[in-house]
Ligand binder design. Sequence first.
Ligand code: HEM
Length: 167
Amino acid sequence: MRTKPLEDFCVWLEQTPLSEGIQQTLWVVPAIQTVHILAVAAVLISALMINLRLLNLCNADQTTASIFSRFVKVIWWALPILLLSGALLIVGEPARSLANDVFQLKMLLLIGVVILTMVLHKRLGDDELFWESSAARQMTARTLALVSMGCWLGIICAGRWIAYTYT
Ligand code: HEM
């Protein structure tokens, strides 16, 4: 989606001192991208551990709740780092992302998977064995784990694709 107000905002943002500073200092963008990618790795590994447990494919000797409580913290810590580093990349070249359909899809997937993770986690707050307590719940947990992994992989592909869909 590319609207006139959005394009005007991008033009304004590109001319701010912060954006000009990012554009003119050669090492800033690679440094921010490095931070972004390290945070992506932390989120992805944590999401993988949680989802593999929900799928009952690893750590079967530990409850879903204990795996969640260990790894969900990493996700909640890494997300603000992703938000900040992503925001700085946007400020450096606003139209490249903000007015890009693939970036917008990435943000929608991100909102979706954050809500999904919160819902999965919330259930465990009420009852530690919630996702293990019946066959129907185990099936729901497995389905949601697959949806969650699909969203995270979609976010990563979209993140990489932004560079190739910028016109
Ligand atoms: C929290 C909000 C986030 C914002 C605002 C954001 C923003 C951005 C921006 C602006 C880029 C640069 C794209 C380009 O110019 O080529 C980028 C790259 C990327 N992002 Fe994000 N991002 C966020 C979260 C995430 C998350 C959660 C993931 C994956 C788990 C992710 C994965 C990536 C990947 C793989 C790249 C490509 C990096 C590269 O090619 O060097 N991002 N992101």
